[in-house]
Design a protein around this ligand. Sequence first.
Ligand SMILES: Nc1ncnc2c1ncn2[C@@H]1O[C@H](COP(=O)(O)OP(=O)(O)OP(=O)(O)O)[C@@H](O)[C@H]1O
Ligand SMILES: [Mg+2]
Length: 196
Amino acid sequence: MAFVAVEGIDGSGKSTVIGLLAEMLPRVYVTREPSGGPIGRLIREWALRGGSVDPHVDALLFAADRIEHYRREIEPKLRENFLVITERYIESSIAYQGAAGVPIDFILYINSLVPKPDLTVILDVDPQIAVERIARRGGVEKFEHATFLRRVREIYLRRAEEEGYPVVDASRPPDVVARDVIDIIRTRLGYGKSKR
Ligand SMILES: Nc1ncnc2c1ncn2[C@@H]1O[C@H](COP(=O)(O)OP(=O)(O)OP(=O)(O)O)[C@@H](O)[C@H]1O
Ligand SMILES: [Mg+2]
């Protein structure tokens, strides 16, 4: 089946929109990175909590987690004919570790062992709005500051232009954003009828 990555800065509404997609589309399997596997846990419990101070280490850990995540979880679900939607994938590494100073060629190289998604959608929102949403949600993490997120957003938007990824205005209400994403999935992948 098809493999979709939903990307965007922290607080752009990825989890919220993916939750709505899972309700509105048939046979969806939702997953996220960092993954639930051992390397994902190391990222969440150590790297993202200030343990890792070198962005190259972050890049390597995220790439390793991705390979493991793809083999263990994504590939089997695709074989079972699910529409697999992942919150974050290769473009997150390019945008975040790129913004932290890792050369993009290096990031692309260490991510070349996993397949690209059939579709990557970028949820785009002003970092100031995103940071306010995160503050309301509570528990601010390593990458969640407006100055840094501005650099991350720039890279996402530049990559979207270069690679032809659709960019969705995520400053609107969640159901409106989700409907746009579904239209994109339908148009670009010819997938699924709404349950509603
Ligand atoms: N379109 C929206 N309009 C207003 N608030 C929103 C919208 N989408 C999400 N939110 C709220 O903003 C906060 C962040 O949303 P969410 O957790 O979905 O973002 P995210 O992109 O998954 O963030 P992260 O990268 O940290 O996982 C949540 O409290 C959510 O309820
Ligand atoms: Mg999320």
